[in-house]
Design a binder for this molecule. Structure first.
Ligand SMILES: Nc1ncnc2c1ncn2[C@@H]1O[C@H](COP(=O)(O)OP(=O)(O)OP(=O)(O)O)[C@@H](O)[C@H]1O
Ligand SMILES: [Mg+2]
Length: 257
């Protein structure tokens, strides 16, 4: 059953993105339908090149689809001008890119606060205190005055996560948010995401190829060759190894179709 739009953080309908390779076209994302209710936590999994980043970019409105539609909180983003979309994205969507995209001449703290400042919002003492408590959870307190080139990959990734969340978006869209982290830091980030999802009912849509990260989500969507090959709930699994086996099964079954 289709949920009422107002309860959906994200709705993608028949989403397709064509790219050219040599002189032929192919679908990097092919007829994807996805509904993410508010408060859901979804992990998109799939092999390298399966279209995960492309799908996330379309959902975030960073690329326009060849066909199909994306609605965020019931609002069709194709109907927005580039300018409207930029403002909407800054206010309602928190995005973590696979390549971080930090601004090199701003410190970590200035990078994190950038979406608020760009929106003309004042960061008062109470807000700053709340944000600082969250940055402490992300283990960023000692890095706040550093510039991105003085940060490790994992630290930059955590700054990007803090930046994505500072405007309290309806949905956090994150591409491999733990891609550069060691096991302990990666599980720490997952714990922070889990808390945001459970305690603040923040909607999370993330891309990962790591079962140990995906197992924190409520639902897994498997992409293969740009198409949804299957999906399943994580509550039936006790651990990441079981989840990985189920994921492989879906990926294999779709390959032999
Ligand atoms: N701008 C582009 N022009 C042409 N082809 C592209 C472009 N961006 C991505 N592709 C192709 O689209 C397909 C999907 O790419 P995408 O980056 O979405 O994969 P992915 O699942 O995120 O992979 P990874 O796990 O390696 O990040 C790949 O075959 C890729 O080469
Ligand atoms: Mg990718």
């Amino acid at each position: 059953m289709t949920e009422n739009n107002s309860t959906l953080a994200v709705k993608a309908t028949d989403l397709t993105k064509k790219y050219t390779r040599g002189d032929s076209e192919f679908d990097a994302v092919s007829h994807v339908n996805l509904e993410v209710p508010k408060g859901d936590f979804v992990a998109i999994m799939g092999a390298s090149g399966s279209g995960k980043s492309t799908a996330l970019h379309l959902i975030a409105g960073l690329a326009r689809p060849t066909s199909g539609e994306v609605e965020i909180e019931g609002k069709a983003i194709s109907k927005m001008s580039d300018r409207e979309l930029t403002v909407f994205r800054r206010r309602r969507m928190g995005i973590v890119f696979q390549s971080y995209n930090l601004i090199p001449h701003l410190t970590a703290e200035e990078n994190i606060l950038f979406p608020l400042r760009a929106d003309g919002r004042t960061v008062d003492a109470a807000l700053l205190e709340r944000l600082r408590a969250f940055w402490e959870e992300l283990d960023l307190t000692n890095q706040l005055s550093q510039y991105p080139d003085a940060l490790s990959g994992g630290q930059q990734q955590r700054v990007a996560l803090a930046r994505a969340l500072c405007a309290e978006p309806v949905a956090l869209l994150a591409d491999e948010p733990t891609g550069n982290l060691d096991w302990t830091s990666s599980q720490n980030i997952c714990r922070v995401l889990d808390k945001l999802n459970k305690e603040e009912e923040r909607t999370i849509l993330l891309v990962t190829h790591e079962p140990a990260v995906a197992v924190w989500a409520k639902r897994i969507v498997v992409l293969r060759d740009g198409k949804i090959a299957g999906e399943f709930a994580t509550r039936e699994f006790r651990d990441a190894a079981e989840l990985a086996a189920r994921y492989q099964e879906i990926a294999r079954a779709s390959a032999s179709r």
